[in-house]
Write a protein that binds this ligand. Structure first.
Ligand SMILES: [Cu+2]
Length: 510
């Protein structure tokens, strides 16, 4: 092992030297990246495609040696992979996931609450947070419109170490096509498990795949995660110090993404980090058009210069290279997530876009992406049966929705409960009455954003499953409760907040 790794490192250093120039100077902005294998061509997670309407996969949750940035690292992942495998299905399919919990049985037992003083990483910068290492787990299919009842997407399940659970998801025939993902959702332990790398993508075929000028392009998948590796072991992002904040793409550190001059590629991009907001910007070389958000295909492509992804969100973009060859940094822009020194995220280079090789004739961007326009709950005649307020407040390490905390699985203090009727539409105004960013995410049904700070949204309908709320701001949504009854959750997708109480229940009846 040692010699090939040294050779690989030498090759990388040589390559980095060859590519060094003004466009690449910015990649010195990542002290945490030093020592990892960098500038390697982007690779992608392995895929498990459905056949004949069926997909059956096994996901084993285990603390094991995986590879991060070309180096071995001990972490809790699925099937030894960081990130986990990509599941590819079609609307109408049955997706079976055999989840095997092989997490360490010596971790703290069921019932250990978030308030138990068990600091596991000494000197952690976000004082006041304590989390027992959790060996209970479950699975959530993020963004998917499937039943919330067992054996489908019931995130209130708690699967013990050594036990197995067989999920079965019936994907509706009219399910949207696009990028979704899976991750653990066991309250109290979600942050540490997702933060350790337990995440994988779900691609639902169709939609954009059939649009000329999109479906025929070279396709790439970029899964962003954030992680810290200390002494060969991964820890959750919340414990990171600035010099250790590593943003990986498909488990690689600062990979190289190749395009030919004039070429257009279709990138599916996911923010699978546990708490990091992404504001990505290419430093020249390419033009961007946004095609879809959170698995919702837009009516028309939108010109963008930055790719904004709050935790849990996905986006699809067309990336068209200019005529001039060169190397261009893809940077994560500076972002102030919290009013603490630790909350200031510095600008950092996350990848290199290399435009090289034989030129292609640039193709025009498509004008229309859908045969039928998106549903619009701002249209006249939309009946709103109820309006509500959803207020996000905090007194770290306690986090609240409407002054209530979601506490534990033993039935104690389960947070606010919203009773809704299947087949109706409600309007909720989210208010962030705290000094840091939050990110509202709801299961089962997506929502349309209709106003920001009371100002109506203009342009084509904007559908999401997760939406960021800036401190002191409001976002107004219209939510349809289609098809499914049962109990599910909405919460902040900054997962350390969710684990510390910022979650509430929806109870939908027919
Ligand atoms: Cu939050």
């Amino acid at each position: 092992m040692r010699i090939p790794r040294l050779l690989a490192l030498a090759a990388v250093l040589a390559l980095a030297g060859a590519l060094a120039g003004p466009a690449l100077a910015a990649d010195d902005d990542c002290p945490a990246c030093a020592g990892y294998l960098r500038h390697q061509p982007l690779t992608e997670p392995r895929t498990h495609p459905s056949m004949g309407g069926q997909l059956a996969v096994t996901l084993t949750s285990r603390l094991t040696e995986t590879t991060i940035g070309g180096r071995p690292a001990l972490s809790q992942v699925y099937n030894g992979q960081f990130p986990g495998p990509t599941l590819v299905v079609s609307p109408g399919d049955t997706m079976r996931v055999h989840l095997r919990n092989r997490l360490n049985p010596d971790y703290l037992p069921y019932g250990a609450s978030s308030e138990d003083p068990a600091p596991i990483f000494p000197g952690q910068p976000y004082a006041g947070f304590t989390q027992p290492l959790g060996n209970l787990t479950n699975l959530h299919v993020h963004g998917m419109h499937v039943s919330p009842k067992s054996p489908s997407d019931n995130v209130l399940l708690s699967i013990k170490p050594g036990e197995d659970y067989r999920y079965r998801y019936e994907i509706p025939a009219n399910h949207p096509s696009g990028l979704f993902w899976y991750h653990p959702h066991r309250h109290e332990y979600t942050d540490q498990q997702v933060g350790a790398g337990q995440a994988g993508m779900i691609i639902v075929r169709g939609g954009l795949d059939d649009v000329p000028g999109v479906g025929d392009l070279r396709e790439r998948l970029l899964v962003f995660q954030n992680i810290e590796v200390k002494d060969g072991a991964a820890t959750s992002s919340q414990y990171q110090t600035p010099e250790h904040r590593l943003i990986t793409i498909n488990g690689q550190v600062q990979p190289r993404i190749d395009l030919r001059p004039g070429e257009t590629q279709r990138w599916r991009i996911a923010n699978a980090s546990s708490e990091r907001f992404l504001s990505l910007e290419p430093m020249g070389g390419v033009e961007l058009r946004r095609l879809a958000i959170d698995g919702n295909t837009l009516d028309r492509p939108e010109r963008i210069t930055r790719i904004w992804l709050s935790p849990g969100q996905r986006v699809e973009v067309l990336v068209r290279a200019g005529a001039e060859p060169g190397s261009f940094a893809l940077v994560q822009q500076r972002f102030n997530q919290r009013p603490t020194p630790y909350g200031k995220q510095p600008r950092v280079t996350v990848a290199t876009i290399r435009v090289a090789g034989a030129a292609q004739e640039p193709q025009p961007f498509p004008r229309v992406l859908r045969e039928t326009p998106q549903r619009d709950l701002m249209a006249p005649g939309t009946e709103i049966v109820r309006t509500r307020k959803v207020v996000f407040t905090q007194a770290p390490p306690k986090f609240f929705i409407n002054n209530k905390r979601f506490m534990d699985h033993a039935g104690h203090a389960m947070g606010a409960v919203f009773d809704v009727k299947v087949g109706t539409v409600e309007e909720w105004t989210l208010e962030n009455a705290s000094p840091e960013w939050h990110n509202f995410h709801i299961h089962v049904n997506d929502f349309q954003v209709v106003a920001r700070n009371g100002e109506p949204v203009r342009g084509q309908p904007q559908w999401f499953d997760s939406i960021a709320i800036r401190p002191g701001h409001t976002v107004t949504l219209r939510l349809p409760f289609d098809d499914f009854d049962g109990t599910w959750v909405f919460h902040c997708h900054v997962l350390v907040h969710e684990d510390h109480g910022m979650m509430a229940l929806v109870q939908a009846t027919k």
